[in-house]
Design a protein around this ligand. Structure first.
Ligand SMILES: *Cc1c(COP(=O)(O)O)cnc(C)c1O
Length: 441
């Protein structure tokens, strides 16, 4: 693309187009992407040069199989030959039914009913609506608040925002607008740690005090993602499950970031060997192709709702169950689970390989001045700085190494596609280390 054409597009972008968490007009120039395949983004740099960047973000943790995968491309193309979309009210179709069957098979046992939503945030809205309506329907209308722990992220629409970390989640801006929820302290750091009895007592005290008004506890299991990229011990999830049972409160797991293998188990709930009452999946659900998420619930929750004065779940997005998205989701799940289709390598082996490469490759970041912590779990690698990242400096340092990353707050991190080859992983890790150094230069 000619330099003048790139400039014209970027000028229009800055003037007219909102980007995630963006200013208007835009402050930082985005990179112009012209294509993507495998783990590489094809980018037109502002000076007109064309370059390729290894994608360390999997397009926000979604593109687990990389770009333009033949099996996923074919799934979309085949479905396009049937229909792109039909309304889901009064109509149904094979892709949505088969996807629901697959999700029920793969998620923890008592989850049995599937609501297909069009984004992660909407699936969290639906999960919360399920829980509030459950208590309303069975005659406990006072149970309508939510409890969570600090450091979480559950989406950008209003109810999910109310359970995001109060500091990172801009709660001050929305005081009086967001429902006020119950916040426990953030879970203590570290996957491989013994649960702290003091922290469990803290959870237990809060539950005891608020059980009468609590509809549900909602957390991200094992990895808190956009709220701070922190890992916690499975024991806290078991503690929450026991407390919810004891106090008659529902448990929601938001597995939008952790689902489909990212933490080393298919779903993060498996680390703790427990099941929530409601679970959200999204992001990697469609392999990063199209927007779709799901909220799954148990028969207890579904039956409770059906006994109410309003015996329906009153939610029905226009693009609910979109056949293109459902087809590619099915294909992405098959590809994940079928080792033969993945060149004979089971997904667990790929995630373990990535984990080992991230541990090795990011270790040198510990010696970079201003680095506070380096941590890795499954396909998640994090370099945390003492101070906020200089995003422009860190991003350019990575781009010079041929890598795309998107740091936020004090965090430089990667969640690479599972197909990322060893030499690309090593380039990726080198770029994160460079980015950490450049950010404090
Ligand atoms: C990304 C994310 C969401 C929101 O999903 P969107 O599709 O961006 O609306 C919710 N919860 C978690 C844990 C996420 O990582």
């Amino acid at each position: 693309m000619a330099e003048s054409e790139i400039k014209a597009l970027l000028d229009l972008d800055r003037e007219l187009v909102w980007h995630p968490y963006g200013a208007m007009p835009g402050a930082l120039d985005p990179l112009l992407v012209t294509g993507a395949s495998g783990v590489r983004l094809e980018v037109s740099l502002p000076d007109g040069t064309q370059t390729e960047l290894i994608d360390g973000m999997s397009s926000w943790w979604a593109a687990i199989h990389g770009y333009r995968h033949p099996a996923l491309d074919a799934a979309v193309r085949n479905q396009l030959g049937q229909m792109a979309h039909v309304m889901f009210g009064g109509l149904t179709h094979r892709p949505a039914i088969e996807l629901a069957v697959r999700l029920v098979e793969l998620t923890p046992e008592p989850l049995r009913h599937v609501f297909l939503a069009d984004s992660g945030s909407v699936s969290v809205e639906v999960a919360i609506k399920m829980c509030l309506q459950y208590w309303q329907s069975i005659g406990h209308p006072g149970k309508r608040r939510l409890m969570t722990w600090r450091g979480g992220y559950h989406g950008d629409t209003f109810h999910p925002m109310s359970v995001c970390d109060p500091e990172g989640g801009m709660h001050n801006l929305w005081r009086g607008v967001l429902p006020e929820q119950i916040f426990a302290e953030a879970p203590p750091d570290g996957y491989d740690t013994e649960p702290s009895p003091e922290y469990v007592t803290h959870l237990s005290d809060l539950m005891q005090r608020h059980a009468h008004e609590l509809a549900a506890v909602i957390v991200e299991p094992i990895v808190q993602g956009a709220g701070g990229m922190r890992f916690h011990a499975p024991g806290y999830l078991r503690a929450l499950r026991a407390l919810c049972d004891e106090h008659d409160v529902l448990l929601i797991f938001d597995e939008i970031a952790t689902g489909f293998g990212r933490t080393g188990t298919l779903f993060a709930a498996e680390h703790a060997g427990i099941a929530p009452d409601v679970m959200c999946v999204g992001k990697a659900l469609t392999g990063g192709y199209l927007t779709m998420a799901a909220a799954l619930c148990t028969t207890r929750v579904a039956e409770g709702i059906s006994r109410g004065e309003v015996p329906v779940l009153a939610h029905g997005p226009t693009f609910m169950g979109n056949p293109l998205a459902a087809s590619v989701a099915l294909a992405s799940i098959e590809l994940l689970l079928d080792a033969a289709a993945r060149g004979g390598v089971p997904w667990q082996a790929d995630v373990a390989r990535i984990e080992a490469a991230l541990r090795d490759g990011l270790a040198p970041a510990r010696d970079v001045p201003g680095v506070r912590d380096v941590r890795v779990l499954g396909g998640v690698g994090v370099v945390q700085l003492e101070q906020a990242v200089d995003v422009a400096a860190a991003t350019s340092a990575a781009v010079r190494r041929g890598v795309w990353i998107r740091p936020f707050r004090d965090l430089i991190y990667t969640m690479p596609p599972y197909i990322t080859a060893d030499d690309d992983l090593s380039t990726l890790c080198g770029a994160l280390v460079d980015a950490a150094a450049a950010s404090q230069a």
